[in-house]
Write a protein that binds this ligand. Structure first.
Ligand SMILES: *Cc1c(COP(=O)(O)O)cnc(C)c1O
Length: 806
């Protein structure tokens, strides 16, 4: 990648401004500068992008396609500059021109093509794949509307459409020549050929054109540029011309265009629960059909080999079950379009597809009504049906021990299609995303499948790209780390472990402390500017930022804050280190209880933040519109990382890793990757509390938990719940009866009360520990030292050697 001096870079900006915006330097706005710098990066990347693809073809590299309905990439400007080695010169040039670099970069609208962890994981993986020089690409949908923008009005979440494409998106290139056709509906006609084989004709279908938009995925200073291909649904050019008509026909045509464009219209704002919407099914099939067609076209161009060799050159990794229609779609193409018999097609498919499971929450395990698939995708339905028949017959005859379980393992049962079963049967690898999660899959959730296919199951603990989540978001800390241990950690993040030698090094700890203070002040400034609220930068910054979900237990956190408030009211002179509790979270628009929790957090904030009795010892902040860019502002300032899900419910978590890498100490349950964090840092450097996953499973299976008993026996808990029920803090017009009854009448399904006292005691320990700043900093340094193991580079190496065989 070409490098520039500041003078050269400014010259480039000047030229581009003139050509792209018809403006001089004096006339340029922040937005002009952003756009112009992005196009300079894009120009610079082009030669490497072409070269990388040529190399892959020439070397006949095996290629991986990471199929995902979500890519939560956020802004690209800074990370692209960083990976190109242009960030410093860009910052200096922008400053020289009299602008603030952050304000310029803030002009980029976040690409929020994902809901949360699963989509962000896909984005981190692309960064690591390119930075490690692997031939891997992303395939997703170019939603015209990303995840909704959240506004809070009187404490209530309001959703606004996220029209992120309203200004030109400088990172994408439309490739109409590589469009492919995707077919829905219609009828299947079967003919028997003379040789007895079956010929399938698929007629009267609705045809949709999938147009690719390519976004470069730039490796870290290694000249590798991979591709994220996002598909857009458009009306086919043929339909466009024949349907042009007059009157009713014209309106009918417009409706038809609209219904097609809706396929890439918006992202479903649903984090993990099942959405029974036909449109969502269309989106899934659109993604897999377009991508598989594209893969096959390219395979033929590159290799000229028969498709029976496909598995030697291609792996398709599916991110959760959302793209699992890839299994029957690949079968369809191989059989109907390429003439392979079933067994050969099946052999290829089973060696191409690999499946990552992201959840065991039953409400999030995808199931589609049989009728919906039969109507929308008749040929795909026939193939799934056949896969299911063969699978169940095989179980019956070859696995007597599993006979009693056939109905639980079937792909089709009770009128529903179980996508996880389809994904497991149709792929060669099934992985969980943290050790505990994979064990739960093997021993509980998918235990019958594990006994049938033990060789398929494996673990790949999630990770995050340390380039974005440390180097980019926390330059202060990154510099101090490099001063201490040299820059090798940037290429080899496990080398952060050398920081263990500095956990007693006063100058290093002081530097680290200074960076944390600096980050806290920046965040305090942001809070003041956005909310007009002053927070104490000497207080403990205690952070819980993630999607709002009952299992993540933001409710337990706010209960603890109410408890502290009650204590301070009773005893205003209580000696307590001041705390600032920071939340950010979006709730799915139809998730009532989650929205009630947002309202409760706001209500508690409105009381606590302005009560003079509290003497400023408690502040509660809810930052609206949680997205990648907001996470980047909050995480460097975090001191306590709240990871308090009900044990067994959070498959891995990645927010925990981001905050650990920035020196926050985890306050968490033994869930997901928290367990692996604890195993690395040791019990002295993490605050663990609460039920274990086995205890939780035991209560679900055998009962024995009674929330009302706790309510009646612990006056602290009773007081909090009564404050919810009867109008909190004496304001009768605001009540949280639904939250109250969910705990009392539904027996507290996520064990908030059960874990509450251990949680509260853990927080007392945290408060005491924070008073010993040296010890705290030692803990913080120890966490950073071990965080290299949670770089997605480690995760991707494991995928590459263990699954993809690159
Ligand atoms: C990392 C990240 C998540 C995932 O957070 P968890 O705490 O693991 O649930 C969700 N949203 C955004 C914007 C993120 O950056």
């Amino acid at each position: 990648m070409q490098q520039y001096t500041k003078a050269e870079f400014i010259k480039l900006i000047e030229d581009k401004l003139r050509r792209k915006r018809s403006k001089t330097m004096e006339e340029a706005t922040e937005n002009d500068l952003y756009f112009v710098i992005a196009s300079i990066v894009q120009d610079n990347v082009m030669p490497d992008w072409l070269e990388t693809q040529k190399e892959y073809t020439k070397n006949r590299n095996k290629q991986v396609y990471y199929l995902s309905m979500e890519f939560l990439i956020g802004r690209l400007i800074e990370s692209n500059l960083l990976n190109c080695g242009l960030l410093d010169v860009a910052n200096e040039s922008i400053q020289e021109m009299g602008f603030n670099p952050d304000k310029v970069y803030n002009q980029e609208h976040d690409a929020a093509l994902g809901n949360g962890g699963l989509g962000r994981l896909a984005a981190c993986f692309l960064d690591s794949i390119a930075s490690l020089g692997y031939a891997g690409h992303g395939a997703g949908i170019r939603y015209r509307y990303g995840l909704f923008e959240q506004r809070i009005i009187h404490g209530n979440q309001v959703e606004l459409p996220d029209y992120w494409l309203k200004n030109e998106y400088p990172w994408e290139t439309r490739k109409p020549d590589e469009s492919v056709e995707v077919q829905f509906g219609g009828r299947v006609i079967e003919h028997t050929r003379r040789d007895g084989s079956l010929e399938i004709q698929y007629v009267d279908t609705d045809k949709v054109t999938a147009v690719p938009y390519d976004v470069p995925v730039i490796g870290y200073q290694n000249e590798v540029v991979n591709t994220l291909r996002l598909w857009s649904a458009e009306i086919s050019p043929y339909d466009r011309s024949i349907h042009a008509g007059a009157g009713a026909q014209y309106y009918h045509h417009l409706e038809h265009v609209h219904s097609i464009e809706q396929i890439s219209g918006f992202l479903y704002p649903d984090d993990s629960t099942y959405e029974g919407k036909e449109l969502r099914l269309k989106q899934q099939y659109f993604l897999v059909s377009a991508t598989i067609k594209n893969i096959i076209n390219k395979f033929r161009d590159d290799h000229g080999l028969p498709l029976s060799k496909l598995a030697d050159y291609i792996t398709i990794q599916i991110n959760d079950t959302h793209p699992s229609l890839g299994v029957p779609e690949l079968m369809r193409v191989l059989m109907d379009e390429e003439g392979y018999p079933w067994d050969d097609a099946w052999d290829v498919t089973r060696h191409v597809m690999a499946y990552t499971n992201h959840t065991t929450l039953s409400e999030a395990l995808e199931k589609w009504p049989e009728d919906m698939i039969r109507n929308l995708l008749p040929r795909i339905y026939m193939i799934i049906h056949e896969i299911n028949e063969r699978f169940c017959i095989g179980l019956y005859y070859d696995h007597e021990e599993l006979r009693p379980h056939i109905k639980d393992m079937a792909i089709i049962s009770n009128g529903q299609i179980h996508m996880a079963h389809l994904a497991i049967v149709g792929s060669f690898s099934v992985n969980g995303v943290a050790k505990l999660h994979t064990e739960i899959l093997k021993q509980k959730e998918m235990k019958n499948f594990y006994s049938l296919y033990p060789e398929k199951f494996n673990n790949k603990t999630n990770g995050i790209t340390h380039r974005r989540w440390l180097l980019q978001v926390n330059p202060c800390l990154s510099d101090k780390i490099t001063d201490a241990i040299g820059p090798q950690w940037i290429h080899e993040p496990h080398k952060l472990i050398s920081l263990l030698r500095y956990t007693n090094d006063k100058p290093f700890l002081d530097d680290m402390r200074q960076c944390k203070q600096h980050s806290k002040e920046l965040l305090a400034k942001y809070i003041y500017e956005t909310q007009g609220l002053k927070v104490d930068t000497g207080s403990i910054f205690d952070v819980q930022i993630k999607r709002l979900h009952e299992y993540k237990r933001q409710l337990m956190n706010i209960f603890h804050i109410i408890y502290l408030y009650n204590e301070l009211k009773d005893n205003p002179n209580m000696d307590m280190t001041p705390r600032t509790f920071i939340f950010a979270a979006k709730a799915a628009p139809s998730y009532h209880l989650a929205k009630e929790v947002i309202k409760l957090i706001h209500h508690v904030a409105s009381v606590v933040n302005f009560d003079p009795d509290i003497k400023g010892k408690l502040k509660v902040v809810f930052l609206e519109n949680y997205n990648v860019s907001l996470a980047e502002k909050i995480i460097p300032a975090a001191e306590v990382s709240e990871q308090i899900s009900t044990a067994s419910k959070e498959a891995s978590g990645t927010g925990n890793m981001k905050m650990m890498m920035n020196g926050a100490i985890t306050c968490g349950t033994l869930d997901g990757a928290n367990i692996e964090i604890r195993d690395f840092v040791g019990d002295d450097n993490i605050f663990i509390f609460g039920l274990t996953s086995d205890e939780v499973h035991d209560y679900y299976a055998n009962g024995g938990y009674n929330a009302q008993e706790i309510y009646h026996s612990d006056p602290r808990i009773k007081r909090i719940l009564d404050q919810l029920n009867g109008g909190i803090f004496g304001k009768e017009e605001i009540e949280f009866k639904d939250l109250f009854y969910n705990i009392m009448s539904h027996n507290d399904p996520y064990f908030v009360l059960k874990d509450f006292v251990p949680y509260l005691e853990t927080h007392e320990l945290i408060e005491r520990s924070y008073r010993h700043q040296r010890d705290w900093q030692r803990m913080s340094a120890t966490n950073i030292a071990h965080s290299g193991k949670f770089s997605s580079d480690r995760t991707i190496r494991e995928y590459a050697t263990g699954i993809w065989k690159l």
